[in-house]
Design a binder for this molecule. Structure first.
Ligand code: F6R
Length: 242
């Protein structure tokens, strides 16, 4: 696991964008993308490079990490809408190449299996961008998730629903209780993984992920097994590292 210590959130975004850009410029990249606050500076930097430096995403395929169960793609808080709003609609990703699990699938178990198979059919994920939950989750693989799990339906932890309530409260809606998420085994098969973490709220989870034992109680620790995992941190997120 390579650790990159940065001075600011903006620099975290630049370093993560460097890794993504390097793969995108090789052509036909398959990107795994996270939503939430952590990757915002990465997306901002990639959008800037698209506008100012001609970085093209026309031949890029995107698979998001996860989706809320019960939300249709068009719901404003679905991760499909979020990744479009935060990144995809600002660059030249071909709409047909944007894949998200269908949160409103009538058979979510079958949908999860279909999604896992679609990633494999695309040749696997070249660069998987990840955030880290304060409880150590990656994707929505909450503590006690199997380290070899595949894309599947999961129950969101209470702490995760509380952390994400900020995105739903304006509309007076509750955070869904279930989600579909790439599994830890699925994430582990990515060719390269880049995890970005910002702020002191993540410091404990970062320490457990990097220095703690490999444990299902800290799902992010599965990256210790990943042959090409890079963790990009701001000073606050890195503050508990030895
Ligand atoms: C979202 C995801 C989650 C988030 C994590 C951190 O697609 O996979 O694992 O990355 O919950 O969320 P933020 O970045 O909002 O602190």
């Amino acid at each position: 696991m390579q650790i990159i210590l940065c001075e600011s959130a903006a620099q975290v975004g630049q370093r993560a964008a460097d890794i993504i850009e390097a793969r995108v410029r090789q052509g036909s990249a398959v990107l795994g993308l996270a939503t939430g606050g952590s990757p915002s500076s990465t997306y901002a930097e990639l959008i800037r490079r698209h506008r100012e430096e001609g970085l093209g995403f026309g031949d890029v395929t995107v698979f998001t990490l996860d989706e809320y169960a019960g939300l249709a793609a068009g719901h404003p808080q679905s991760y499909h809408s979020t990744i479009r709003r935060e990144f995809v609609d600002h660059v030249d990703v071909t709409p047909a190449r944007l894949h998200t699990p269908r949160g409103d699938a009538t058979d979510p178990v079958a949908e999860a299996a279909r999604y896992d198979a679609a990633i494999a059919a695309a040749g696997g994920i070249d660069v998987q961008l990840l955030g880290l939950g304060a409880n150590g989750h990656i994707g929505f693989n909450e503590p006690t998730s199997s380290l070899t799990s595949r894309t599947r339906v999961k129950t969101l932890a209470g702490a995760t629903r509380a952390a994400n309530a900020r995105f739903f409260e304006d509309d007076g809606e509750e955070v869904p209780k279930l989600c579909l998420t790439q599994g830890l085994g699925t994430i582990g098969e990515s060719h390269q993984a880049v995890l970005v973490a910002l702020g002191s709220v993540k410091a404990h989870a970062v320490k457990a992920m990097v220095e703690g034992p490999l444990s299902a109680f800290c799902p992010g620790s599965v990256l210790q097994l990943h042959p090409r995992a890079v963790v990009v941190l701001d000073p606050e997120a890195a503050s508990k590292l030895t």
